[in-house]
Write a protein that binds this ligand. Structure first.
Ligand SMILES: *Cc1c(COP(=O)(O)O)cnc(C)c1O
Length: 234
């Protein structure tokens, strides 16, 4: 193993241990939690080292950055975790195996239309992004708007609505994020009771607060810095 692969393998192992410990505290099975390693701003060569270190799911927040990186890194699945504009929807479907950030019903309808251009009846996996904290700087359904949106979302027959995603606010004390995560889980339960097509996935938690998210039921955590180190723009 090269030094970089070893460093990334160690960081990956530490994050998995912390996920397992958080699961242990609340009686969950760690296999219920998928780690998405967010590789935005990380060069393709280093992302290749991450895959060599055993990381299998990667996340990017920009379609354009992913378009050059994904073909240069083999052996991983890629999730879009950043905002998606309709005019990039086609490219996003080509590059990613999951879009976590469907934030409006009309975007779902557009993705569905693009999926219908291909034959077959496979459903493309997506998550609905919810703006739990009502942060004006963030995209996402308002929590109380989800139930009403389900009617138009339900027309998107070629999408597989796996669950909900949220980008929480950054708090000085990460435990302040707990209420956000608990609210997403409660919203998921409520919407699924009325619209069973919505799956149970909950994508929540990042480097500073993923253990709390796991304690509150996260099935997907999105972790950048705790694996790749600080980003230059951070
Ligand atoms: C960058 C990013 C992450 C990872 O953040 P870290 O703090 O580096 O773990 C997770 N989710 C989204 C949507 C992101 O943009």
């Amino acid at each position: 193993m090269t030094a970089d692969v070893q460093t990334l393998a160690d960081a990956h192992a530490r994050v998995l241990e912390r996920i397992a410990a958080a699961c242990g505290r609340v009686g969950r099975d760690p296999s219920e939690v998928t780690l998405v390693a967010v590789s935005k701003t990380v060069a393709a060569e280093r992302v290749r080292a991450a895959v060599a270190a055993g990381i299998t799911v990667l996340g990017e927040n920009r379609v354009q950055e992913a378009e050059t990186k994904v073909p240069a890194v083999e052996g991983a699945a890629w999730h879009l975790v950043g905002p998606l504009q309709s005019n990039k929807a086609r490219r996003a479907l080509e590059v990613f195996s999951m879009i976590q950030t469907v934030h409006r019903a009309d975007l779902a309808v557009r993705l569905d239309m693009l999926c219908r251009e291909t034959s077959g009846d496979e459903r493309y996996p997506v998550l609905l992004q919810v703006n739990v904290d009502r942060d004006p700087a963030k995209a996402g359904f308002q929590p109380e708007a989800l139930a009403a949106a389900a009617e138009s979302l339900d027309t998107a027959q070629r999408l597989d609505f796996r669950g909900l995603m949220t980008v929480g606010r950054q708090f000085d004390d990460p435990s302040d994020a707990r209420a956000t995560f608990a609210a997403l889980r409660a919203r998921s339960d409520a919407v699924r009771a009325a619209w069973p097509r919505l799956g149970p996935d909950l994508s929540m938690g990042m480097s500073d607060d993923f253990e709390i998210a796991v304690e509150e039921g996260a099935t997907i955590v999105r972790i950048g810095r705790a694996i790749f180190g600080d980003r230059p723009d951070a």
